[in-house]
Design a protein around this ligand. Structure first.
Ligand code: GTP
Ligand code: MG
Length: 436
């Protein structure tokens, strides 16, 4: 990806009523006017106004957004044409013949980053907004795009940079009797605490971004597939009164207690002579072993816990409570809910209990920011360097103390993109979709 070509790509997905072809770069205006013709050419006077004209034989609305006040910071022209793969492609081909190169995935946002419109953390948020599949993931991405995390990182960087600057001035004026700050090492305590706090939020970030892998397990006929359907709000899995209905594992994404989850329904656990069912049960066991949370469905109409071994990542779900009558159910040594997947009764308590299990407490509130695993790896490095810097500062080894301080600052810089190396940038932006 370079920043001198003029690039073009569809900015909308195929299948919409309208398609937008975006052009960005030094020749955007020239290309726009080469392929689009209206009453007047696009120019400064009609900038940011929708102008009706034609492109190839089609009616097309065009808008010119001069840099630097555009998404990319370059000159941008957008052509809004009829949706549909062919109509949009015809306009795109015109722009390519008119002098554009096809944009690579994320290249518009890459330009915005290079032009200083966004730091890397905010650029990453753009892609997270597009891929968000839960309300919580969307909220987090929107806050990150608005700069919530960037501001915290900037303050941290400023504090570390101030200590480094002072450390370096000791080197520059070693013999001067200046009014030295004697507590330079102590001034690293607050940034270290802040880094540790950010790292503590990394798990929240992973849960919100990637979701939790949840397996629904239990004896045949306990109501596992009914529970899956109830959580999804649609008849996804086959439900019958015949034990052994589900044979293969079945995975769906959903939200449970507002948390994004990948839910796997499994074949009921039992001894079976049927080869297909045996393979299915083997898959069930693998899923149970690898899931982060197990929802163990138990049939309250029989009261049989079916050899379930309670553990702290499990929720025991006594299902079919509508048929339990006044049966006394055995106490299980783990989180337990009583519900009916058939009637929906008390399913909300499963949502609540799941939230509590995942967040570790009831009063958890959505964070304003939570770092991603990429950020966390860099934060670890930034934090690890500080104890050494502190001890060298206490020994007044200014030259040596500057080294871990700089490495800590560089790690922060790799998060925001100040120091990011081209390979990392390439990797991050290639995950974007075309046209973003
Ligand atoms: N009364 C009542 N019946 C239920 C409830 N949940 C499930 N059932 C019934 O129990 C039977 C088995 O339900 P499934 O959801 O297929 O059970 P499963 O655990 O997926 O069974 P397998 O796939 O065979 O392992 C069906 O007839 C359901 O209608 C419930 O809460 N109350
Ligand atoms: Mg089933």
């Amino acid at each position: 990806m370079n920043t001198v070509d003029t690039i073009a790509a569809p900015a909308t997905a195929v299948g919409g009523a309208i398609a937008v072809i975006r052009i960005s770069g030094p020749d955007a205006l020239a290309v726009g006017n080469r392929v689009w013709h209206g009453k007047a050419p696009l120019c400064r006077e009609n900038a940011r106004m929708m102008c009706l004209g034609r492109c190839g034989g089609d009616q097309v609305l065009a808008v010119y957004m001069p840099g630097p006040r555009s998404y990319t910071g370059d000159d941008v022209v957008e052509l809004h044409c009829h949706g549909g793969a062919l109509a949009a492609d015809q306009v795109l081909q015109c722009t390519l013949r008119g002098g554009c190169r096809m944009a690579e995935p994320g290249e518009f946002t890459f330009r915005a980053f290079v032009n200083g419109k966004l730091d890397l953390v905010r650029a990453e948020a753009v892609s997270e907004i597009i891929s968000a599949d839960s309300r919580m993931a969307l909220n987090l991405a929107e806050k990150q795009l608005s700069g919530a995390l960037s501001r915290v990182l900037a303050t941290l960087r400023d504090n570390l940079a101030a200590v480094l600057a002072e450390c370096e001035s000791h080197l520059d004026f070693p013999d001067e009797e200046l009014d030295w700050d004697t507590d330079l090492a102590d001034r690293l305590a607050a940034p270290a605490g802040e880094l540790a706090k950010l790292l503590a939020g990394a798990r929240d970030g992973m849960v919100i971004r990637q979701g939790v892998r949840v397996v629904i397990s239990g004896l045949p006929n306990a109501g596992k597939s009914s529970l899956l359907n109830r959580i999804l709000g649609r008849e996804r899995a086959i439900v019958t009164s015949i034990p052994g209905t589900t044979r293969d594992t079945l995975e769906e994404t959903a939200t449970l207690g507002g948390i994004p989850v990948r839910l796997t329904d499994t074949a009921g656990l039992r001894q079976s002579d049927d080869e297909v069912e045996r393979i299915g049960i083997e898959r069930s066991r693998r899923e149970i072993a690898s899931a982060e949370v197990e929802l163990r469905v138990l049939d309250a109409s029989t009261g049989d816990p079916g050899g379930f071994q309670p553990h702290d990542r499990a929720i025991a779900v006594w299902n079919k409570m509508d048929m339990a009558g006044d049966r006394i159910l055995p106490e299980l040594n783990c989180r337990t809910v009583h519900l009916s997947a058939l009637t929906g009764e008390n399913v909300d308590s499963l949502h609540r209990m799941f939230r509590e299990l995942v967040w570790g407490r009831e009063d958890w509130a959505e964070p304003d920011f939570a770092v991603s695993s990429r950020h966390a790896a860099e934060l670890e490095q930034a934090l690890q360097a500080l104890p050494e810097a502190m001890s060298l500062l206490r020994d007044q080894r200014w030259d040596l103390a500057a080294i871990p301080l700089r490495s800590s600052l560089e790690a922060l810089g790799r998060i925001t993109g100040e120091y990011a190396d081209p390979d990392i940038l390439e990797k991050i932006f290639s995950r974007f979709c075309i046209g973003k």
